[in-house]
Design a protein around this ligand. Sequence first.
Ligand code: PAF
Length: 282
Amino acid sequence: MKTVTTLNGLRQAVDELRSDGETLALVPTMGALHEGHLTLVREASKHADHVAASIFVNPRQFGENEDLDAYPRQLARDEELLAAEGVALVWAPTPEAMYPDGYATNISVAGVSDGLCGDDRPGHFDGVSTVVCKLFNQVRPNMAFFGEKDWQQLAVIRRMSRDLDLTMPSVDAIHGVPTVREADGLAMSSRNAYLSQEQRAAAANIPVAMAEAREAIRKGSEVAPTLAALQAHLLQAGFEKIDYAELRDADSIGLLDANNGNARLFVAARIGATRLIDNIAV
Ligand code: PAF
């Protein structure tokens, strides 16, 4: 496995990997890898001859009061994990290589970026869209893999790829991989590492409360009181603030007040300084 940190090094390494017409899958990450990321890599390996992973803590997707400085950085450990999964190439640019002096371009995807995390984290999806567009152009993969845990992010990336003709060769080349969960159902996230033992125990209520709400909606309960009960459950369990608990269309991310047959339940909740998100199909 080769790690490259410059664009020239990347171009050369990608050309070598693809010299015999072999296919390349990209798994974009911000590092601090866990089983969820490794599942993306394993899925990518099933579809392509070679897998490249990017590791870049993207400053443009963090808000002013967010955890950019505290975000875990552990390149050596991440490299070991990726090498053990057979990854061929790691693209680990510095912030200066990604955004050189004078950098001025922003990609903003309207509609799907609105609501949910788009409202709670202004500018977040512009940062994601911009860096993912750059990663696609830099690595020029045949396909890319993203976790469904960040469902809205996946919807934004698919919309951007369609709109900017980035699809490689079709939007189906952007694969969403189901959320990997801990034994008690909590969605895996790099942010779980911030939780104290007590907070971690409380966090397990997210998947429980969401499954209860899904059952209620499936059985015909009204959406608004069901979501109010979900929020009450989480507050009772020790969460301090629920950023959102909403039913939305899986593709347009439009808000729903009833199940339209393509609905997902989305939750973001804060415990201590940590904000956790999850989503499930209804
Ligand atoms: O999901 C992430 O880890 C990031 O948002 C991504 C897609 C790597 C872009 O920085």
